[in-house]
Design a protein around this ligand. Structure first.
Ligand SMILES: N[C@@H](CCC(=O)N[C@@H](CS)C(=O)NCC(=O)O)C(=O)O
Length: 211
């Protein structure tokens, strides 16, 4: 059995976790989740029925990790030799942007794509991302003075934050600003990104041909 069982669907946030698996060179088996026919094994690992879901077979232990950002950081922790964990003085930038990406950015994008808005300034103060515009302007500021989340060096946070940018530019859910475009272009050059993306793109093409 491989070290990890990776529940995913190629057209999903599972792409983020697959990229992370390739960045650390993990040994994993893929279980494709069909939305209309979720297996018992998958639902018992993640009752929410969401992908990515990662099961780590760690000696006598079985650990389940869900939430793409958590999976990314977990893999960096489990594979420290990959060198993708933040150093002491990179941690603030790393965790700030990792959680900003999985919190305010994610919520702002989802709210906008669902057509949810808050038109009352007092209520906006209660919303974790403020407004879509505030969230995106701040995101741009957080990435403007650096090549990667932690500055000049790629870390695991870039897999998650970079996926938000890459995916967002592709689907028009984040604004096509120079800072985001240049960041995404740097990430798309990585061999692990290309290898993981190819697997998911091939799976999507195969499903389309069969469907
Ligand atoms: N908070 C989760 C969200 C995961 C998520 O929403 N996954 C979607 C695909 S992108 C899913 O599994 N949808 C299937 C369903 O809800 O039935 C994460 O960041 O990993």
């Amino acid at each position: 059995m491989a070290d990890y069982t990776f529940f995913t669907n190629p057209m999903s946030r599972g792409q983020i976790a697959r990229w992370a698996l390739h960045e650390v060179g993990a040994d994993y088996d893929t279980e494709i989740v069909e939305w209309a026919a979720k297996s018992e094994a998958f639902l018992s690992a993640n009752p929410l029925g969401k992908v990515p879901t990662l099961v780590h077979h760690d000696g006598d232990h079985i650990h389940v990790v869900t939430e793409a950002a958590a999976i990314c950081h977990y893999l960096a922790e489990m594979h420290p030799d990959a060198g993708l964990l933040p150093e002491r003085h990179e941690k603030a930038a790393y965790f700030r942007r990792l959680f900003y990406g999985s919190g305010p950015v994610e919520q702002a994008i989802v709210a906008r794509s669902m057509g949810w808005g808050v038109d009352d300034a007092q209520k906006e103060a209660m919303v974790g991302f403020g407004s879509y515009e505030r969230a995106m302007d701040t995101f741009e500021t957080l990435m403007a003075d650096r090549d990667y989340v932690c500055g000049h060096r790629f870390t695991m946070a870039d897999v998650y934050v970079g996926s938000q940018v890459d995916w967002g530019l592709q689907f028009g859910s984040i604004p096509a600003r120079k800072v985001f475009e240049e960041y995404a272009a740097r990430l798309r050059e990585r061999s692990a990104y290309k290898a993981a993306k190819k697997i998911d793109m091939d799976l999507i093409a195969e499903a389309e041909n069969n469907g």
